[in-house]
Unconditional design. Structure first.
Length: 492
């Protein structure tokens, strides 16, 4: 597909709109200052600025069918470029909806965090009906997605209000898993392949924990939440995981910690002994993820456990007495059907975890699934109906959406939604999605976000991505952590 830009370079936003209709595709870009067309599928996007008026014009040709739309605005319009970009996005969206029949329910909102937009409308003093009006008429968002985004913002409101300054969350990355799932694009590696790296990785991570604690203690930052993620932290042995948790509790002041999550994503890594150890070391929230309760789907995505193993592990976790258990599922997995997805949702609700996170499959470039022959059939499965069913059943069962985000190349441009029973929302998930608290990330692939809400500053510090590089360049990475001190010195 070719995108031809004439008199504008709104490539980022407009390509984002095109991807809603033609996902997982590479686009060719042409820039010209006159009218143009080309062979094959293309979209011609033009802005012609004249003295008094500006013409905004879109013409799309897809599979031999064509649609064109135009609008004129005064050339002295306030925020001229932004307004032009918005109108061209709307025209392109309408033309592509007509040509493809795809109903993109988030309208022209293409970013990762749609709730941020709602929060910003709330902070401008808009009422609920004004917010709905803006979302539906300006951004073309469907009524269902307005409801979800608004409910999410409302759930977050109280939690955000209670957030105090000078607090931070700690993320510890364990990028190892028993095997690699076919849809995975994380840095996570099979534990079997990385055996030799792990002892050094654990030692370095303990050093990084100690060094970071000395920095934040000096600044006076208070630890609020802890999150062990990955990967699958419970893929580590009980001794290694316990060593890391000890390093955290002996280095940081844990007295203000309100939430301590450990991802035990793969049920086949959970044992009674490990759960007891996690509880003893302060874990208050555990994530056990079936992804599907259909054994043939689990096999197709390369997970080496069955639905029964998940249920057994879930019960073990629930009986250990963590304050909250989360379970993740994915809509649109290869081989899954609407009926089998419904059974997964119903089965999970019957178990009654405090959190259920409903993801939509995203076909990432780095995932094995992206190379598979059945990619086209996956793009056509009914993920949208699956997500709608999950939302309806979860609302009826007393769950409320509390965080929401989107990723690139998600089926039908849908979203991931965290659902929680009231009072069991994960603080960490809200903080990271809404970028309202500093998150210090340690370990391979860790990306620290330093947040200064008062001065609207956000800075990142990246760790090396893979465990091998992490071990090799460890001292350089520790040095980068000194930026934390510089950032807070500037804030004062
Ligand atoms: S469990 Fe998660 S991190 Fe591990 S391979 Fe599967 S998708 Fe990737």
């Amino acid at each position: 597909m070719t995108l031809i830009f004439s008199g504008n370079d709104f490539k980022y936003e407009l390509e984002g709109v095109m991807k809603l209709f033609i996902p997982a595709q590479l686009f060719t870009h042409i820039y010209t200052d006159r009218a143009a067309k080309c062979s094959g599928d293309y979209a011609f996007i033009r802005r012609r600025i004249c003295r008094k008026h500006t013409l905004l014009y879109v013409y799309c040709s897809v599979n031999g069918n064509a649609a064109g739309l135009a609008e004129r605005i005064p050339s002295d319009t306030e925020n001229f470029d932004n307004k032009c970009e918005l109108i061209l996005s709307i025209l392109l969206f309408k033309a592509m909806t007509k040509l493809t029949g795809v109903k993109a329910k988030w309208g022209i909102i293409t970013g990762v965090r749609p709730v941020k937009r709602v929060n910003s409308l709330i902070s401008q003093g808009m009422s609920k009906s004004q917010i709905y009006d803006t979302l539906q008429n300006e951004y073309l968002v469907s009524a269902e997605k307005c409801d979800i985004a608004y409910m999410t913002a409302m759930t977050q409101e109280n939690i955000i209000k209670k957030l105090s300054d000078k607090t931070f969350s700690l993320y510890i990355s364990i990028p190892f898993c028993p095997t690699r799932c076919s849809y995975c694009s994380f840095v996570s590696q099979s534990i079997e392949n990385c055996k030799s790296l792990i002892p050094e990785y654990i030692d370095n991570l303990c050093r990084e924990i100690g060094y970071t604690a000395s920095l934040v203690n000096k600044i006076g930052l208070k630890l609020d939440t802890v999150y062990f993620g990955g990967g699958t932290p419970t893929a580590l042995s009980e001794q290694r995981l316990s060593k890391l948790m000890d390093a955290v509790s002996s280095s940081f002041d844990m007295s203000g910690v309100r939430e301590y999550t450990v991802e035990a994503g793969r049920p086949d890594t959970i044992t009674h002994e490990k759960l007891d150890m996690l509880k003893r070391n302060g874990c208050t929230r555990l994530s056990v993820n079936p992804q599907s309760l259909n054994d043939s789907v689990l096999e197709a995505i390369g997970r080496k456990h069955t639905a029964k193993q998940f249920t057994d592990s879930y019960r073990l976790a629930a009986n250990t007495g963590f304050g909250s258990v989360n379970t993740d599922i994915i809509a649109g997995l290869p081989g899954d059907t609407y009926e089998s997805f419904k059974a997964t949702v119903d089965g999970l609700i019957a178990l009654g975890p405090e959190n259920i996170t409903v993801h939509t499959l995203s076909i990432k470039r780095a995932a094995r699934l992206n190379q598979s022959d059945n990619k086209r059939s996956i793009l056509k499965n009914n993920a949208g109906e699956m997500v709608d069913y999950a939302s309806k059943r979860l609302l009826e069962s007393g769950y409320r959406p509390y965080y929401l985000y989107r990723q690139k190349n998600m089926l039908e441009n849908l979203e991931n939604i965290g659902w929680a029973k009231p009072g069991f929302e994960s603080l960490y998930n809200i903080y990271i999605m809404e970028e309202i608290q500093t998150i210090i990330a340690l370990g391979a692939g860790g990306s620290t976000k330093l947040v200064d809400l008062d001065n609207r500053r956000l800075e990142r510090i990246f760790n090396y991505k893979f465990p091998l590089e992490y071990n090799k360049h460890f001292d350089l990475m520790l040095e980068r952590k000194n930026k934390i001190e510089e950032f807070y010195a500037e804030k004062e």
